[in-house]
Design a protein around this ligand. Structure first.
Ligand SMILES: Nc1ncnc2c1ncn2[C@@H]1O[C@H](COP(=O)(O)OP(=O)(O)OP(=O)(O)O)[C@@H](O)[C@H]1O
Ligand SMILES: [Mg+2]
Length: 241
């Protein structure tokens, strides 16, 4: 994917959250967005996905002028996975996936079911297709959310700390699912605290702190940070107990 952020400013109630962010990334498929709590990572992801508009600045993703484009069309081309799964609680896993295909993308139910069943098979969730979210594990539900976001063949999937609500074993399950996105050459951008995972899944890293992009580059910046701020961050998050 190609991404261009031009002078992005975001303020909430006069508080500066993103401070003139400029960023140009070309032809990358997995971007890891890292940085301390409060850095502005989720805010940036919401702007990129069009859920919110910036106070100032322009965002281009591939050939979409996100800040100017008709959002309803843009939303059909991207996927978003939140910290906690947001499946409809009263619908089965299968229906959670087919409903979006049917209602938003106007795909006939037979075809929608075929797409959903194929994905559930590929991502090893087929045995749970008829269960409601409360009857499966948090990890399985999060994987189902990822599958749902993929069902529309999006240009890019945005994932905001998809494992933060999960224990280590379930985290591993979900991270394996995200690695599959890489194998399938899907474009994605993920906010993550898992540096080891970022090294496996991503081909580009963006480090933010205090509403600014401090450093960005290929994976080598994780082993050889150029700035003290990234170095300090990596030292802090990769401690051994
Ligand atoms: N809707 C909002 N209204 C007011 N302030 C907000 C809003 N959303 C975020 N903020 C503030 O913006 C700053 C950046 O928040 P953001 O959620 O983007 O950080 P983050 O890097 O995702 O942090 P974390 O790692 O904890 O998820 C924080 O100071 C937060 O309090
Ligand atoms: Mg966040």
């Amino acid at each position: 994917m190609d991404l261009r952020l031009k002078d992005i400013v975001q303020t909430y109630e006069d508080k500066l959250i993103l401070n003139h962010v400029n960023l140009e990334i070309k032809d990358k498929s997995g971007i890891a967005l890292i940085g301390p709590s409060g850095a502005g990572k989720s805010t940036l992801l919401r702007l990129l996905s069009g859920i919110e508009d910036p106070t100032m600045g322009e965002i281009c993703l591939n050939n979409h002028e996100v800040t100017h484009e008709d959002k309803s069309e843009y939303f059909k081309k991207i996927g978003f996975v939140f910290q906690a799964h947001n499946l409809f609680p009263h619908l089965t896993v299968l229906r959670n996936i087919t409903l979006v295909l049917e209602k938003v993308h106007h795909i006939e139910i037979e075809k929608a079911e075929k797409i959903a069943l194929d994905l559930l098979e590929q991502f090893e969730l087929i045995e749970h297709k008829d269960k409601i979210p409360a009857k499966i594990s948090g990890g399985q539900a999060q994987r189902a959310s990822i599958i749902r976001s993929l069902a529309i063949s999006p240009e890019v999937v945005f994932l905001d700390e998809p494992t933060s609500a999960l224990d280590p074993i379930l985290t591993h399950e979900v991270l394996k699912t995200i690695l599959k996105l890489r194998e399938k050459k899907m474009n994605f951008m993920i906010v993550t605290h898992e540096i080891a995972f970022a090294k496996k899944a991503a081909d580009y890293v963006v480090f933010m702190e205090n509403g600014e992009v401090i450093e960005h580059g290929d994976l080598s910046i994780l082993d050889h940070p150029k700035t003290d701020r990234l170095k300090n961050f990596i030292d802090k998050v990769s401690y051994d107990i």
